[in-house]
Design a protein around this ligand. Structure first.
Ligand code: PRP
Ligand code: URA
Length: 209
């Protein structure tokens, strides 16, 4: 069964409080999304395997631990997921990045796919899907279905703010996918926006409203 990890780290919570504020500028919003992604990445990769290697320090021989070379891919859901990529890549410089373009139809709230480009060896990689918002869960679930259709087997989902309907949907449709969020807000409004949330993440990152 999948797990829901809610990060209560003070730095993440502090940055999230500024992100939610409607008076935060586009520049600051963009920077904060990247910084929160970086901090969340640190926690979401806690289970990466290590291996022991022999090295020599300037003082003595030592057996030390290094990442065991697990292959990773970050897959942002366009558009808003793009805001999280730089923070993740700063932490995992050797990862590859795929892109899945989905937008939510404003009437039905169903995700509509418009773009997909994945690394050719995606099936060999552990995938972390990133998207700031996890509201109905339609976009995240569709992205995971799509990745599984392309042969991906190990998928995690990292979002900044989630809501209960999204978590319920993911448990039903993708019980093998662990979900990482910085906060779980209580409800969605009639337009499918997370309340209190932070508004439209894509618009706030790209300044399109
Ligand atoms: C937002 C957000 C998620 C989706 C979340 O994208 O970035 O992808 O909504 O909602 P859901 O959980 O109900 O699917 P949007 O459709 O607004 O597209 P955008 O990123 O291009 O602005
Ligand atoms: N998409 C957003 O950008 N914000 C929400 O609150 C819900 C979906």
């Amino acid at each position: 069964m999948s797990e829901l990890h809610v990060f209560d780290h003070p730095l993440i919570q502090h940055k999230l409080s500024i992100l939610r504020d409607k008076n935060t500028s586009v520049k600051e919003f963009r920077e904060l999304v990247g910084e929160i992604a970086m901090l969340m990445c640190y926690e979401a990769t806690r289970d990466l395997p290590l291996e022991e290697v022999e090295i020599e320090t300037p003082v003595a021989k030592a057996t030390v631990k290094r990442l065991a070379g697990k292959k990773l891919a970050i897959v942002p859901i366009l558009r808003a997921g793009l805001g999280m990529v730089d923070g993740m890549v700063a932490m995992i410089p050797s990862c590859k990045v795929g892109h899945i373009g989905l937008y939510r139809d404003p009437e039905t709230l169903e995700p509509v796919e418009y773009y997909c480009k994945l690394p050719p060896d995606i099936t060999e990689r552990d995938v972390i899907v990133v998207d700031p918002m996890f509201a109905t869960g339609g976009s995240a679930a569709a992205a995971c279905t799509f990745l599984k259709q392309h042969g991906c087997r190990h998928i995690k989902l990292m979002c900044i703010i989630g809501a209960p309907p999204a978590w319920e949907k993911m448990q039903k449709e993708h019980p093998d996918v662990d979900v990482y969020v910085a906060a779980m807000d209580p409800v969605l409004n009639d337009h499918g926006y997370i309340v209190p949330g932070l508004g439209d993440a894509g618009d706030r990152i790209f300044g399109t409203k």
